[in-house]
Design a protein. Structure first.
Length: 53
C-alpha cells in the first residue's frame, strides 16, 4: 500500500470517526444515529478524495 492510498484511507476513516464523535457530543439520540452522521462524513470525504485525483 503506497503512501497516497494510506493517506486517503486515513482521511475517510477520520471523517467517519470525527463526524460520529461530533454527533455524539452534540446530543445524538443513540450510537446508531451518530453513526449515520458518520456515514455522511465518510461519503463527503470519499467524494473529496476521489475528486482530488
Amino acid at each position: 500500500m503506497n503512501a497516497h492510498r494510506r493517506t486517503d484511507l486515513l482521511i475517510v476513516l477520520g471523517a467517519f470517526a470525527g463526524a460520529t464523535l461530533v454527533a455524539l457530543a452534540v446530543g445524538a439520540t443513540n450510537l446508531g444515529t451518530a453513526m449515520t452522521f458518520g456515514q455522511l462524513g465518510f461519503a463527503a470525504a470519499l467524494v473529496l478524495v476521489l475528486v482530488r485525483r
